[in-house]
Design a protein around this ligand. Sequence first.
Ligand code: SF4
Ligand code: SF4
Length: 126
Amino acid sequence: MTPSSQTKNLLKTHRALDKKIEPNAGWRDLPIGAIIPRGGTAEQFATGDWRTIRPVWSADKCINCHRCWLYCPDMSWVSRDGRIRGVDLTFCKGCGICANVCPAKVHAIEMHPEDDSKADEAAKEG
Ligand code: SF4
Ligand code: SF4
């Protein structure tokens, strides 16, 4: 059976800590409870695959107040030259904080079900 994307992510994190875990390992090779025994692994663990809803951003509506950038717990919003450029979903857990702090009159971020985006992506791929 192919490991799920969450298992793959956990294995990737654990491999960064323990070189004895082989690249083709499965969930049985994870420690009990898949515990992470020490810090410093956040970069290896793409938490974006926990997401069930995702932020959808409208560049046209955005006024670049940077509230999303400031409040996002995963530092997912990309800012360059004083302007928001988009959201990097690698670590975005879909908490919705960005959509909540985006000014109500602007409403530049909407949370959409992850399944809708996956269906759209699959349709584009044909
Ligand atoms: S949904 Fe949460 S984690 Fe994702 S970009 Fe918004 S604030 Fe960040
Ligand atoms: S909070 Fe909303 S308006 Fe402000 S920068 Fe983010 S997306 Fe743009």
